[in-house]
Design a protein around this ligand. Structure first.
Ligand code: ADP
Ligand code: MG
Length: 444
């Protein structure tokens, strides 16, 4: 029996990370909010997001250089938050190789000494250190510059020294923070190829941070970040295809995730749990312009409408009536507009939940969506969107695949929806699914 089967899971596993700089001070700033990340052994993970979204903070936590105030950080079976300071430093030196945008080379040391430096900490003799360093410089094609100081070299060459220094102690994990951010496209490609080789040929796990979406092609796991949160994770196989990973959170809509969490409950039980959320979701979607107090009241009125305690006319009157008289106090136009919208969604949700095929359900959503927003979407595009959504509802496509194909142009056999429309489309779909949940069985 082969006991050396590698555990794929739990290689790097971050859960519920919150990181606040200057915690407790007036200038406190929360850089990470409830961040969960799983990275498997042998991954080339790309953390992608705009400047300031928390990418470096995340990388520094994996590196053992920064400690979150909340969450857990497991790397190769070690819980970094439970390690003593000294052991965490050891961990960093042995397990992690870091590469930086600004190379971070020591300007007064020559190339060879820069590369050899990290070995000093692990008790190697000078001669041994130099030999190893030279070998790596040869491998990276910069040995002829061994005796020069960094400033005598080009940016691309300096970054290769940075890589040599990062791998000298043979770490399993390479963390690269915008490693090609300062390089022209030729040197940049060169550096990416070296990282790719380290990943594919030597099995190093690479986590690279970048704000440039073009770099995503090098990775098999793309972690999207924004405002200190993970917004999406794409998993690709080595050929660059998106894997059909139904289990992965990225491949599911919010609604499916919600229902997934309730596994084991009966449809009736789920319905009971969903019921109080229905009004809330409707309000969230439709009342961005109202005050919080108005929203709370609107929610109550919507609940009554959902339970058929009031009819359309009564609903409108409640919204329109002044607060003194127990209404919400919207002006006439808002009240009218609002009750029309709610009725429209209710109608669509009804058709949706009573339709008896995925195709018909999909049609109710697409038709409703186009009507609701008044978008000018071509018939062709609508037909395609209906068929794709039908596949999704029939579980023949996952969430990411649906997003992808909706976004592709008509010429490329997609539906030609742009990103903004896709977002609204999913919000509408979710609303219809939530509001419509269980409506179909009501009238038996
Ligand atoms: P990114 O690498 O995506 O550009 P960072 O992780 O460097 O983002 O920073 C995330 C946020 O945290 C930024 O708003 C940044 O200003 C803030 N930040 C980063 N480091 C510190 C620090 N040492 N002290 C205070 N704020 C910081
Ligand atoms: Mg950064």
């Amino acid at each position: 029996m082969n006991w050396k089967i590698k555990m794929k899971k739990e290689f790097i596993s971050l859960k519920g990370l919150n990181l606040t700089y200057n915690l407790g001070a007036t200038n406190a700033f929360q850089a990470l909010h409830d961040v969960d990340v799983e990275i498997e052994e042998g991954d080339f993970a790309i953390v992608l997001g705009p400047s300031g979204c928390g990418k470096s903070s995340l990388l520094n936590i994996i590196a053992g250089l920064e400690l979150p105030e909340k969450g857990s950080v497991l790397v190769r079976g070690q819980d970094l938050l439970k390690l003593k300071e000294k052991n965490r430093v050891d961990y960093h030196r042995k397990e992690i190789g870091m590469i930086f945008q600004a190379y971070n080379l020591i300007s007064t040391l020559n190339v060879l000494d820069n590369v050899a430096l990290p070995q000093i900490f692990i008790n190697k003799k000078k001669k041994e250190r130099d030999q190893r360093s030279m070998k790596i410089l040869e491998r990276l094609g910069i040995s002829e510059h061994a005796k020069k100081i960094p400033s005598e070299l080009s940016g691309g060459q300096q970054q290769r020294i940075g890589i040599a220094r990062a791998i000298i102690n043979e770490p399993q994990i390479i963390l690269a923070d915008e490693p090609v951010g300062n390089l022209d496209s030729v040197s940049s490609n060169n550096v990416m190829e070296i990282l790719n080789k380290l990943n594919v040929k030597e099995g190093k796990t690479v986590v690279m941070v970048t704000h440039n979406a073009e770099h995503a092609v090098w990775g098999n796991r793309i972690i999207h970040m924004r405002d200190g949160k993970i917004t999406q994770v794409e998993i690709k196989n080595r050929e660059g295809l998106v894997e059909k990973e139904e289990k992965s959170k990225g491949g599911m809509s919010e609604f499916n995730k919600f229902v997934g969490r309730l596994k084991g409950l009966s449809k009736q039980q789920i319905k009971i749990l969903l019921e109080p959320l229905k009004a809330k979701c409707l309000v969230d979607q439709l009342t961005k312009l109202f005050s919080e107090k108005q929203r709370d009241k609107i929610e109550l009125v919507i609940k009554k409408r959902l339970n058929n305690q009031i009819d359309l006319k009564g609903f409108y009157e409640k919204l329109d009536k002044s607060e003194k008289k127990g209404g919400v106090g919207l002006d006439k136009r808002s009240a009218e507009n609002f009750s029309e919208k709610i009725e429209f969604i209710l109608k669509t949700a009804n058709i949706f939940s009573k339709a008896n095929s995925s195709e018909a359900k999909a049609k109710s959503v697409v038709d409703g969506f186009v009507d609701f927003y008044g978008y000018k979407i071509s018939k062709e595009s609508q037909t395609r969107a209906t068929s794709f959504l039908g596949d999704f509802l029939a579980k023949k496509k996952n969430y990411l695949e649906l997003k992808d194909i909706l976004n592709k142009s008509i010429a490329r056999k997609g539906a030609g929806f742009d990103q903004r429309i896709i977002e609204e489309f999913f919000a509408f779909l979710e609303l219809v699914q939530i509001v419509g949940y269980g409506l179909g069985e009501n009238k038996k």
